[in-house]
Design a protein around this ligand. Structure first.
Ligand SMILES: *[C@@H]1O[C@H](CO)[C@@H](O)[C@H](O)[C@H]1NC(C)=O
Ligand SMILES: *[C@@H]1O[C@H](CO)[C@@H](O)[C@H](O)[C@H]1NC(C)=O
Ligand SMILES: *[C@@H]1O[C@H](CO)[C@@H](O)[C@H](O)[C@H]1NC(C)=O
Length: 483
């Protein structure tokens, strides 16, 4: 199902520029208050967690010089801190972690709970000084304004797993968390949340115990990262333990999110498969965007709203450095999924995946991709607290800042060059005739415009328009708009 733009070619006077396509912003619509944009920390923050310039790039909207580049800061305000599952310590039986031969050291995140002898965080079973770099980047982000911090797990700590391998069970399709350790997994996360509040000055917003848990690709012997399958019935049980362990530590204000499934369709079936008790214990559904152009985003949105939960796209990534896939999938999310937050997986990563190319093992940082600037078109303008509107078209999103009386529109043209015409007649005050509509533009692809700004667009009555070359994304800010 796709929406098609209503084509209205104006056979205009010489003064009126013929607008090839018109979209009417639905001023009465409301898809919720935007929570923000984010990134998971994990691997890139383990590698680069002490670099303050990177924190400036990702967590401020300043103009930042780095490695010879001048970048518009992305202003991300959400971070996901990865509770590690790995450690080199032996447990009291002399057991040691089984390490997949394919996992890179840069993808092993150190666990705080190193053996099972004590659940008390101030005993020698807990080592709180590991994972310093990831923690440091978390602090740098929070100091720059990141205000929503999620604690998430890719796998239970190795010694909680049947095969002692935090890359997954031997088959990949069976649970790896030992049934007698369900509560231990919850205790691990709850103790980190409590310790973070008491010692790091970090209050987590939410805790997520799973990562793509229905997948069958978390195969320990061949795995390349930490990962773990959970049956849906196990998820329900662990969610209950997690809620109780948080509550018993006085952390009832920290919400439980679930289940970070890989696809929209799996997220729907998992949500529908959780016990009603487990559903009552989660406050937000997290889903990953790895179904890209496929899947029923609309079905998931309906299922989540029927249960009264929030919905985040908590992880998205792909290898398309041009930004074309990102723009396309993000617009599909805005039109059909209606998340209230959107989180890129690894902002620094290999070429294609990274917004900035980096090598976590060699610890080198390279060039920003065009995708970086495409994402900036969204993150710098659609800001936390704005109300997400229906932009009336599949190639545009709109957001409204009530206190600043500002309307933001982000639109993409993948067709041949054309004028896009934006009709604000649905607003009680659609700005002022003749007033400036500042715009920013990025060429999707490679090179060309990279978040360039122009003051050449003005309201004409209740409309404004702009000429889009093919594969251009633009952001517009319209002032003095009242819904
Ligand atoms: C250890 O933590 C417990 C709570 O988990 C607390 O009651 C106890 O006083 C702590 N002991 C020390 C030595 O800090
Ligand atoms: C465009 O106008 C805005 C608002 O008046 C101003 O802050 C900005 O510097 C101008 N930019 C350019 C490129 O003229
Ligand atoms: C907007 O302003 C222009 C220039 O002053 C004027 O020609 C036009 O009639 C105005 N349009 C409306 C709808 O007021």
């Amino acid at each position: 199902m796709r929406l098609f733009l209503h084509t209205a070619t104006l056979l205009g006077s010489a003064l009126l520029v013929a607008a090839d396509t018109t979209t009417t912003i639905n001023a009465k619509s409301n898809y919720g208050s935007w929570d923000g944009w984010g990134t998971s920390l994990a691997w890139w923050a383990k590698a680069f967690g002490t670099q303050t310039a990177l924190a400036d790039i990702f967590f401020t909207r300043n103009t930042v010089s780095f490695n010879g580049y001048t970048l518009p800061g992305l202003g991300l305000n959400i971070i996901r801190y990865n509770a590690g599952a790995s450690s080199s310590n032996a447990d009291p039986n002399g057991d040691k972690m089984i390490v997949s031969p394919n996992i890179k050291a840069s993808r092993q995140i150190d666990a705080y709970w190193v053996d099972w002898t004590s659940t008390s965080p101030n005993t020698s079973s807990w080592i709180w000084n590991v994972d310093a770099n990831q923690r440091n980047m978390m602090s740098l982000a929070v100091a720059r304004g990141a205000n929503l911090v999620e604690l998430f797990s890719n796998s239970p700590v190795w010694w909680m797993c049947y095969n002692l391998n935090p890359s997954g069970s031997t088959s990949g399709s069976s649970d790896n968390l030992e049934s007698w350790n369900y509560d231990q997994h919850a205790i691990y996360l709850a103790n980190i949340a409590q310790y973070a509040q008491q010692h790091w000055g970090i209050t987590f917003t939410s805790v997520e115990a799973f990562n793509e848990p229905s997948a069958t690709y978390w195969v320990g012997p061949t795995g390349t990262q930490e990962g773990c399958h959970f049956d849906v019935s196990t998820m329900s049980t662990v969610i209950g333990y997690l809620r109780n362990e948080l509550n018993s530590r006085g952390l009832s204000n920290i919400i439980v999110s679930a289940s970070d499934e890989e696809t929209y369709d799996l997220a729907t079936s998992t949500l529908n498969g959780l016990t009603s008790t487990a559903v009552s214990q989660i406050a937000r559904v997290n889903v990953h965007g790895y179904q890209y152009g496929g899947g029923r985003r609309d079905t998931l949105y309906s299922a989540v709203t029927a249960k009264g939960k929030k919905l985040w796209n908590s992880e998205y990534g792909e290898s398309d450095a041009t930004g074309a896939s990102l723009a396309s999938n993000l617009l599909l999310d805005f039109v059909w999924l209606h998340p209230t937050a959107w989180v890129y997986w690894q902002v620094l990563d290999v070429s294609g995946w990274g917004l900035i190319t980096a090598n976590n093992d060699a610890k080198t940082v390279g060039a920003p991709s065009q995708k970086y600037f495409v994402l900036a078109q969204f993150t710098r303008h659609i800001r936390p607290g704005m109300r997400i509107l229906d932009a009336g078209a599949s190639n545009a999103v709109a957001a409204y800042d009530a206190s600043a009386r500002k309307l933001v529109i982000v639109a993409v043209n993948t067709a041949a060059a054309q004028y896009l015409n934006f009709d604000l007649s649905g607003f009680s005050t659609p700005s002022t005739n003749g007033s400036l509509v500042q715009r920013w533009a990025t060429q999707i692809g490679s090179g060309g415009m990279q978040y360039q700004t122009f003051n050449d667009t003005f309201m004409s009555g209740t409309k404004f328009w702009s000429r889009f070359d093919q594969n251009v994304i633009m952001s517009f800010e319209v002032s003095n708009v009242v819904v």
